[in-house]
Write a protein that binds this ligand. Structure first.
Ligand SMILES: Cc1cc2nc3c(=O)[nH]c(=O)nc-3n(C[C@H](O)[C@H](O)[C@H](O)COP(=O)(O)OP(=O)(O)OC[C@H]3O[C@@H](n4cnc5c(N)ncnc54)[C@H](O)[C@@H]3O)c2cc1C
Length: 405
């Protein structure tokens, strides 16, 4: 609805993504009603189509099989893709693979890129990101990390217990966050490792039963790493710089999440407008009732505002800043407004909203996680509040305060 200041390249790409969604992805989504999970064959077909439409993995360099589109220009494609749970899978821009590709591209050496990034981009393998731990371990406060990696000759020995590792059940390799120095402050003591799923000691405990649609069905694994040995070359990036590397992954990944969810919310509203326009009650069209009209108008406005915040944060990242405050603002705002929009969409579609004839029930189940995953609301508000209340000259608290100077 709103025309943002996106580049010509971004708009061309978005038009192609929109065509793929309308002509291929949404018709396929309609065939899959009733709580089923997509087959690998469907994934292959959708990805083939995304390649034909010129929107396959736009954000990764051409030398690795992507399209080499600048991150800022690729962002609107995530909005389009988010209009169906199948869109990001088709375009190979779904979590967690998308964030992992980004980190491998930034921090991987040539061999790691060849062995892990290139097949991931091609869609030949799957990946997972294993950071969160059960009680007493890393969660909202990742400094509480308990998983360790100890050097033994030319190997690393990883020992720990993780959970909520999305796609961990099916991943060919996992990026595991572990403490490599017990004496240093956690910010200088952690590292990221590439762990092949078949390595000895990787124990999948269970697929955690959870709230959420099974249409894409990646699952969330509880995993034990029991003295898992990986060669030295499986260290990703620099030893002790894990927090910095994870931040490099999470900042952009949070923004791409915002964009996907904003597409989902907008589609839910579009469906609702169509439903209300056809449905009559109490002597007139439901589209004429003031309450739904005002609430839908408010949701479209808030989604537009969320998209603006995301673009502002992305511009700051493109200019070489960490943009922690802007990312937190975009993330907490987008998570709440998309959830509110989808909740009202379900309400205004009545019983239809509860069925799996429409995608809204899947959206409703999926969007709830967004206020917890990639940093809970309260944690992002804490980040913003620290910038507002504490030392304005601190480098970590840099952004909003320095704008005013
Ligand atoms: C669908 C889904 C997918 C996920 N995928 C992955 C994955 O692939 N890999 C991975 O490593 N992790 C993953 N996670 C885990 C996710 O990153 C964590 O759930 C998140 O970081 C929060 O940690 P926690 O669950 O341990 O919450 P806790 O740290 O136990 O916090 C519980 C609640 O306390 C409140 N809270 C916490 N800190 C504060 C504070 N400072 N002030 C006020 N309130 C606070 C918040 O409401 C928070 O939700 C996933 C989670 C979900 C739901």
């Amino acid at each position: 609805m709103i025309s943002f200041n996106d580049s010509r390249e971004a708009r061309d790409l978005t038009e192609r993504a929109e065509a793929l969604m309308e002509e291929v992805v949404l018709p396929r989504e309609r065939e899959l009603t009733g709580g089923t999970t997509i087959s690998e064959g469907t994934v292959t077909d959708l990805r083939e189509a995304a390649r034909e439409y010129g929107v396959y993995c736009p954000q990764i360099g051409e030398e690795h099989g992507g399209m080499g589109v600048d991150f800022r220009d690729a962002l609107p494609v995530f909005e389009q893709a988010g209009r169906s749970l199948l869109g990001p899978v088709a375009m190979q821009i779904d979590a967690p693979d998308e964030g992992n590709m980004h980190l491998l591209e930034l921090q991987g050496n040539d061999l790691q890129k060849e062995q892990y990034l290139d097949p991931l981009v091609a869609g030949n393998v799957k990946s997972a990101f294993s950071m969160t731990e059960p009680m007493q371990g890393a969660g909202s406060d990742p400094k509480m990390i308990r998983t360790t990696a100890e050097r033994d000759g030319d190997e690393w020995v990883i020992d720990g217990h993780k959970w909520y590792t999305t796609q961990g059940l099916r991943a060919d390799f996992l990026l595991v966050f572990a403490r490599t120095d017990l004496d240093a402050h956690p910010y200088e003591a952690c590292s990221v490792f590439i762990v092949p799923a078949e390595a000895n000691g990787v124990e999948i405990v269970r697929n955690i039963p959870h709230l959420g649609s099974e249409l894409v069905g990646k699952g969330h694994a509880e995993i034990k790493y029991n003295d898992v040995r990986v060669p030295e070359e499986h260290l990703l990036g620099t030893e002790g710089m894990g927090f910095k590397h994870v931040q490099e992954r999470l900042g952009p990944a949070r923004l791409t999440h915002c964009m996907r969810f904003s597409g989902m919310a907008e589609r839910a509203l579009d469906i609702t407008v169509a439903y209300l326009s056809e449905r009559e009650g109490f002597g007139s069209s439901l589209a004429d009732k003031q309450d739904p009209r005002h609430r839908i108008a408010q949701h479209y406005a808030q989604i537009g505002a969320a998209r603006s915040l995301v673009r502002t944060a992305a511009d700051r990242i493109a200019a070489g800043h960490e943009a922690r405050i802007e990312v937190s603002m975009a993330k907490v705002f987008a998570a709440n407004v998309t959830q509110a929009a989808i909740d009202d969409a379900l309400q205004f579609c009545g019983a239809n909203g509860m069925t799996r004839d429409l995608p809204i029930a899947d959206f409703y189940e999926t969007v709830r996680q967004f206020r917890i995953v990639d940093g809970a609301d309260e944690v992002h508000k804490r980040t913003i509040a620290r910038a507002a209340f504490e030392n304005p000259d601190s480098a970590e608290l840099d952004p909003i305060v320095t704008y005013d100077k």
